[in-house]
Design a binder for this molecule. Structure first.
Ligand SMILES: Cc1cc2nc3c(=O)[nH]c(=O)nc-3n(C[C@H](O)[C@H](O)[C@H](O)COP(=O)(O)OP(=O)(O)OC[C@H]3O[C@@H](n4cnc5c(N)ncnc54)[C@H](O)[C@@H]3O)c2cc1C
Length: 392
């Protein structure tokens, strides 16, 4: 076991920090206020090759892995971006690259990976449905086979960046839940071209992270060729975990990065702000909550690295899922505590937009409920790690 970073990883962090200097809190403040997609940041990701960190060299990536990817995104996040670099970029390395790399045929990999790495193709994830929510296996969007095509109809909700993407990883049923031998069977994944006229979309006004839009979708008779099937028909639930686990690790990384950024901001403020003739940082009531949250963030970061390392090593879905659930839960709890205490440290200025913390406080709420809620992460830990009864 080594806690040393390789020279390549140190180089990645240097690059990430430079990116964060150019796309720091003020950049994201503007994007949030103007509800504007961070195109410049996204282009930079393609230029510095970060989307390709998890992709083998034969497909144009750097061959590094998820571990290096999260090291890069944590550095951009804690370096000034907060949750934004992670939240705005899921549609690059995770929904696109991980999905095609893990589930695609050689032809699909050759066809899509170079454009996914450069950022030319953005991929959104069409999973959540109004009547399913956390009960993913209850989705009812259905893909009916008709000759060489599938005809897909259904409804999706909270689909981020649908209209800004070129591809959607669409999760459907190809066998109805009550006709499947086991409810996890009969789910299939499609890698479809979007926007498409068979898909109606409506933006959902939202609380935070307005630098990307989130939509409700109505899909009616969307015709896709057989080649759009990603992975094996009917086995999509087991296969989509190859994408959902990295997505959850990635969410955890955003919480750690944002938490570290909030603490750094609070410490700088506490050390210079004088009240009652001394810096507020000399009060244990200010210092201890920050120190406590910081310690928890560091522990959570180790769990994120472990989960990513298991994924890179080709660990089983259970091994990766266990580490991922614990990393996601712990990182989000620590991140929420960090941002909360940072906000209190700034007193009234914590409420003022120009100090950024109020925006980070809104942002961190997202990872409490997505990509999986904290409750459901605990249910997983209770059932699959502790061996307790299924609670959902
Ligand atoms: C801004 C945003 C962006 C998103 N982007 C995407 C996207 O791009 N693609 C996509 O597919 N989805 C996306 N989502 C959806 C997100 O993953 C879901 O909102 C999330 O999984 C929770 O589902 P739900 O909202 O239906 O909540 P529900 O499942 O209805 O849950 C509501 C509450 O009940 C709790 N609960 C439910 N069952 C249990 C139980 N058995 N035990 C304890 N508590 C329980 C939950 O934890 C939660 O607190 C996004 C969501 C948001 C808010």
């Amino acid at each position: 076991m080594s806690f040393e970073l390789s020279s390549e990883q140190q180089q990645i962090i240097q690059t990430a920090k430079k990116v964060a200097e150019r796309h720091g809190p003020d950049y994201w403040y503007e994007k949030e206020e103007n509800h504007e997609f961070p195109q410049e940041f996204f282009d930079t990701m393609g230029e510095v090759g970060f989307f390709g960190l998890g992709v083998p060299e034969e497909y144009g990536g750097s061959g590094a892995g998820l571990t290096d990817l999260i090291i890069a995104f944590e550095a951009m996040s804690s370096g000034g971006g907060g949750l934004a670099p992670v939240a705005a970029c899921l549609l690059g390395p995770i929904f696109g690259c991980s999905a095609v790399l893990k589930l695609g045929t050689v032809e699909q990999k050759r066809k899509y990976l170079p454009d996914l790495i450069s950022g030319k193709i953005r991929t959104c994830l069409g999973l959540t449905e109004p009547n399913a929510g956390s009960d993913t296996l209850n989705i009812s969007t259905f893909a009916r086979k008709e000759g060489d095509e599938y005809v897909i109809s259904g409804q999706k909700v909270f689909i981020s960046l649908y209209a800004e993407s070129q591809k959607m990883l669409l999760v459907t049923r190809t066998t109805k839940r009550d006709e499947a031998p086991k409810k996890a069977f009969g789910i299939s994944l499609f890698f479809v071209d979007v926007p498409n006229e068979a898909i109606q979309y409506t933006p959902i006004p939202k609380h935070a992270c307005n630098y990307f839009k989130t939509y409700e979708l109505g899909i009616e008779d969307l015709r896709v060729p057989q080649e759009c099937l990603l992975g094996d028909e009917g086995m999509g639930w087991y296969q989509v975990l190859e994408v959902l686990n990295p997505e959850r690790i990635y969410g955890a990384v955003g919480a750690v990065g944002l938490g570290r950024l909030a603490i750094r901001t609070a410490v700088e403020y506490a050390n210079q702000r004088e009240v009652f003739g001394k810096s507020i940082g000399t009060n244990q009531g200010i210092q201890f909550p920050l120190a406590s949250a910081y310690a928890k963030l560091e522990c959570a970061w180790l769990m994120c690295l472990k989960a990513a390392a298991l994924y890179d090593r080709g660990g089983s879905i259970k091994e990766v899922g266990d580490a991922t659930s614990m990393a996601k839960y712990a990182a989000v709890e620590a991140g929420v505590e960090a941002v909360h205490n940072a906000m209190l440290t700034l007193g009234g200025y914590g409420f003022a937009k120009e100090y950024h913390i109020e925006r980070w406080w809104r942002e961190i709420q997202l990872v409490r409920l997505a990509p999986v809620t904290q409750h459901l992460a605990l249910s997983y830990i209770g059932e699959f790690i502790l061996g307790m009864p299924k609670s959902y």
